[in-house]
Design a protein around this ligand. Structure first.
Ligand SMILES: NC(=O)c1ccc[n+]([C@@H]2O[C@H](COP(=O)([O-])OP(=O)(O)OC[C@H]3O[C@@H](n4cnc5c(N)ncnc54)[C@H](O)[C@@H]3O)[C@@H](O)[C@H]2O)c1
Length: 268
């Protein structure tokens, strides 16, 4: 059965969207009829990923349909990247309706071993990057388009709510993203901009591939998840469509949605 198209004509930007959760959201937004811009870190390592994304994105378009996606390189930890990304989106598609702040890093490390460089990198990408990008999206949605308005989605984490012994540098950044989204919901409500956070549980991506390829660890994790399986990137796509759609979530702002197979409520 054909999926109903809930985002036809909406212009959506997603940071860190060539892999994992961001990629799944970007492709799902395309399936729902949106125009999609994907930020990615850049560099030669990304070439194959850009090519693969372009292929999968093109497959979603109808035969003969004009291309409605772009990919834009830029390091999200730099203050100007968010603004450049939004400028490119507006130059290409004319406005911005939905912005997903997704780019992030997570390297497992023992608390007592963490060096300033790892802490700085994690904070700069996950929290400062989310701040700059969200601010750039907010400026566009609030001040540069008529009527003002939009939907901003921050990819936080279950780690915003619970501790992680090997993630003492990471969890606070995800709590920060949740707090950023709650605060921007307050700041931007008067412009009809909704801001909400998605809190993934354990989703199988390159972020935790090494950790989750340890069979014992994976079985232990799966045993704690009421739905009995790790998440897949696609599991975040539906919730991201819900929060992007005014039709479905027009009165939802400042909210946090766990997408974790029930893991959080089973932590005892
Ligand atoms: N996988 C999980 O279990 C899980 C759980 C909770 C939250 N999250 C969050 O989901 C988001 C996506 O992670 P994922 O699991 O899909 O992993 P991922 O590694 O596939 O995605 C992260 C993306 O961010 C990009 N990125 C990293 N640094 C960047 C920078 N400086 N500038 C631009 N892009 C940059 C990476 O290249 C990558 O494409 C992250 O914010 C992560 O914290 C993931």
């Amino acid at each position: 059965m054909a999926t109903p198209q809930l985002l036809v004509g909406k212009v959506c930007g997603i940071t860190g969207g060539l892999t994992g959760i961001g990629r799944a959201i970007a492709l799902e937004y395309l399936r729902h009829g949106a125009k999609v811009a994907v930020n990615h870190l850049g560099g030669t390592n990304d070439d194959a990923l850009v090519e693969a994304f372009h292929k999968d994105a093109t497959d979603i378009l109808l035969p003969g349909e004009e291309r409605r996606f772009i990919t834009v390189a830029g390091d999200i930890s730099k203050p100007e990247t968010g603004a450049n990304f939004v400028a490119k989106i507006v130059e290409t598609f004319g406005r911005l309706d939905v912005f997903v702040s997704n780019a992030g890093v997570c390297q497992f490390a023992e608390f007592l071993d963490i060096e300033p460089a790892l802490l700085d990198q994690t904070v700069n990408i996950n929290l400062c990057g989310a701040f700059y990008a969200t601010q750039a999206a907010g400026r566009q949605m609030a001040l540069q388009q008529s009527p003002p308005g939009g939907s901003i989605i921050g990819i936080s984490s279950i780690s915003a709510l619970v501790g992680g012994g090997q993630q003492c540098h990471y969890c606070p950044t995800k709590a920060g993203v949740l707090s950023l989204i709650q605060s921007t919901a307050v700041a931007l409500g008067k412009y009809n901009i909704r801001c909400n956070a998605l809190l993934p549980g354990t989703i199988r991506t390159q972020l935790n591939d090494v950790d989750m390829s340890d069979e014992k660890k994976r079985a232990y994790m799966e045993g704690r998840i009421p739905l009995g399986r790790l998440g897949a990137p696609k599991d975040l796509a539906g919730p991201a469509v819900f929060l992007a759609s005014d039709q479905l979530s027009g009165y939802v702002t400042g909210a946090q949605l766990l997408v974790d197979g029930g893991l959080f409520v089973n932590l005892q």
